[in-house]
Ligand binder design. Structure first.
Ligand code: UDP
Length: 236
């Protein structure tokens, strides 16, 4: 595989073309942003942790029958993925109230809910990723109703698997964000990442936050939290 020109630079990753027309190289950065880019910083070692953790979890999800964009990890920070067109939605899965839901509904963080909640946000930084519902998604043509049924089904299955897998490692999965893409033939696959940047992980015993909230809220111990999650999942 040959790395070619950079196609896109996002907040946490760069994406490169390769000599394979249907595959891209994703390169994870240590750069961290929060509040729609307003807060900027670096988290030492984050690129490697997020890359390796994402691939580890995507492999597990593939074994559970969830198709993903993963092809192969090529280095600590770089991964070859299938080229997809991203469905322009952030799919948010919530088990326990936290973050923007807590604010919006006036629920203290940590409040249990009757069941898992799915939310969708339209991916548009200029608009601040506004929350939308299935009617908006269908009306704007961002995804078909059939695709949304599949995406919701995958999101809930991913949640069931991750929640119980993490529980055994002493971690509560509070909420997380997924992105899906379409392969050339239209197949919907899980894309983007699953990492402490995109999930809320709380230690089951102490309630300690082991995710990007440590950066967002200046709690300190950011690098240690990322390393701790890596250790629990992959042993190193
Ligand atoms: N999330 C994300 N990217 C975003 C927004 C949210 O990865 O642009 C994740 C976030 O890490 C959390 C979940 O989605 O695990 C729910 O986030 P929330 O809506 O509470 O927003 P936040 O409080 O992070 O602004």
């Amino acid at each position: 595989m040959e790395k070619r020109e950079m196609l896109y630079e996002g907040k946490a990753k760069r994406v490169y073309a390769t000599d394979r027309s249907d595959q891209l190289l994703v390169s994870y950065k240590d750069d961290a942003t929060a509040f729609n880019g307003l807060k900027k910083g670096q988290i030492a070692g984050k690129g490697a942790i997020n890359n390796r953790m994402t691939n580890f979890l995507m492999k597990k999800l593939e074994q559970q029958g969830i198709p993903t964009h993963l092809v192969e990890e090529v280095s600590d920070t770089d991964t070859l993925v299938k080229r997809v067109t991203i469905v322009p939605l952030e799919v948010i899965v919530r088990n326990i109230a936290a973050g923007s839901l807590s604010k919006r509904l006036g629920l203290p963080e940590g409040t249990p809910m009757g069941h898992t909640v799915l939310e969708y946000c339209y991916k548009d930084d200029a608009l601040g990723d506004p929350m939308v519902n299935e009617y908006h998604i269908a009306a704007m043509g961002w995804a078909s109703e059939e695709e949304m049924r599949l995406i919701a089904d995958y999101a809930l299955r991913i949640n069931d698997f991750l929640r119980s897998y993490l529980k055994d490692l002493g971690v509560d999965l509070i909420d997380f964000k997924l992105e899906f893409g379409r392969l050339m033939d239209g197949t919907i696959v899980l894309a983007d990442e699953i990492s402490p940047d995109t999930c809320r992980f709380w230690d089951s015993k102490t309630g300690e936050k082991l995710d990007k909230d440590r950066f967002r809220r200046d709690l300190g111990g950011v690098e240690d939290a990322y390393r701790e999650m890596m250790k629990r999942l992959m042993g190193a």
